[in-house]
Ligand binder design. Structure first.
Ligand SMILES: NC(=O)C1=CN([C@@H]2O[C@H](COP(=O)(O)OP(=O)(O)OC[C@H]3O[C@@H](n4cnc5c(N)ncnc54)[C@H](OP(=O)(O)O)[C@@H]3O)[C@@H](O)[C@H]2O)C=CC1
Ligand SMILES: Nc1nc(=O)c2c([nH]1)NC[C@@H]1CN(c3ccc(C(=O)N[C@@H](CCC(=O)O)C(=O)O)cc3)C=[N+]21
Length: 300
């Protein structure tokens, strides 16, 4: 069977489209009322790995009626200079949301830079004061990739309450927030990382397996429970035999798709949903900014 007609594939496109349709409707209404959403993407240096992400952000942002601006800084930019530029965007009323693409050059402290983005404009939900919200079960503006992964799991129709979920990878931006989102939904959550004694032993128990490690084919068929839902978050670039570059996830999709009941393809799985959640988060930020403005100055 081909990737297109195999119904084990849990494809991102329909989930992403549903989100984008709702965002577009809200964005058009807000624009008509003088509140056009604008997203600013910050990249530092020449980071090929984020090109696809930023390209898709622009394409989808424009498709739903947002303004989109790319700000690229040289890898040599000083922390104080980048911070000052972010403060300028914080103060600019035309800017609704700011996303700082990772990775940053090692010379820049990620957490300090992330903290420079005002929480009201933090559309990734990665400011230390934003990320706390998911601990308190406030889930409407959660880190995009984590929210996208959980959204895809929900689209299977599986009952999340009591579900055995295993996450491989515990980064601040992906694995940890997925764990909090799933706990909020009532799942029983196990988080694996490089010190875990046997990732395979945990993974085999999972009704839902989330993989965010950054290594092609890390999860093989013998690590998956029959009938499980496998959410492959990895985005890795590989060269095949004839030298062509291709994007692969962290799961050995070819073998795992015969065991799992659902598997997200890469590309075409989590990635497109991540982009649509980023735009949805921008609308949440806009609503909050507008609410604050109107509370202070009255409705416009
Ligand atoms: N689709 C999307 O929207 C996005 C996709 N990604 C992709 O997801 C993947 C992960 O990204 P990210 O979380 O940022 O990556 P990080 O490198 O920050 O995290 C990788 C995680 O994997 C763990 N790990 C590494 N080796 C092993 C091992 N042998 N056994 C168990 N765990 C291991 C690490 O654990 P430890 O820290 O203990 O070493 C770490 O927690 C990448 O492929 C990335 O490109 C990322 C962001 C968005
Ligand atoms: N602060 C920050 N947050 C991130 O979430 C973040 C980041 N930095 N840095 C880079 C990684 C990577 N990432 C992708 C998201 C979507 C696609 C995507 O849309 N992929 C499509 C297209 C793939 C293709 O066309 O080849 C797909 O998977 O189908 C790709 C990559 C987010 N990341």
């Amino acid at each position: 069977m081909t990737a297109v007609d195999d119904n084990r594939y849990l494809r991102g496109a329909p989930v992403a489209q549903r989100i984008l349709d709702a965002v577009r409707e809200e964005a058009l209404a807000a624009t008509a009322e003088g509140w056009k959403p604008k997203l600013v993407s910050i990249t530092v240096g020449d980071v090929g790995a984020v090109d696809v992400y930023v390209r898709n952000q622009r394409r989808k942002a424009e498709a739903v009626g947002f303004d989109f601006e790319e700000r690229n800084f040289p890898a040599s930019v000083a922390a104080a200079e980048l911070e000052a530029a972010i403060h300028g965007m914080n103060a600019d009323p035309r800017v609704t949301g700011i996303i700082m693409q990772r990775p940053l050059p090692p010379s820049l402290p990620v957490r300090t830079m992330q903290r420079a983005i005002h929480p009201l404009k933090d559309v990734e939900g990665m400011h230390p004061s934003s990320i706390g919200n998911i601990v308190y079960n406030e889930l409407d503006l959660a880190p995009c990739t984590a929210a996208a992964s959980v959204e895809l799991l929900k689209s299977t129709g599986l009952e999340l309450k009591g579900l055995e979920a295993v996450i491989v990878g515990h980064s601040e931006i992906v694995g940890k927030p997925i764990a909090f989102l799933l706990m909020s939904e009532g799942a029983t959550v196990t988080v694996c990382h490089h010190m875990t004694r046997s990732v395979a032993a945990h993974a085999r128990r999972a009704d839902a397996l989330f993989v965010a490690v950054g290594r092609p084919r890390f999860i093989r068929a013998d690590m998956v429970k029959p009938g499980a839902a496998v959410i492959d978050i990895g985005i890795n670039t590989e060269r095949d035999e004839d030298g062509k570059e291709r994007v692969v996830g962290d799961v050995d999709t070819e073998s795992v798709k015969d065991i799992a009941s659902w598997i997200t393809p890469v590309p075409g799985g989590v990635g497109p949903v991540t982009v649509s959640i980023l735009l949805r988060n921008t609308m949440v930020a806009l609503r909050r900014q507008r609410g604050l403005y109107e509370a202070n100055y009255g409705a416009s």
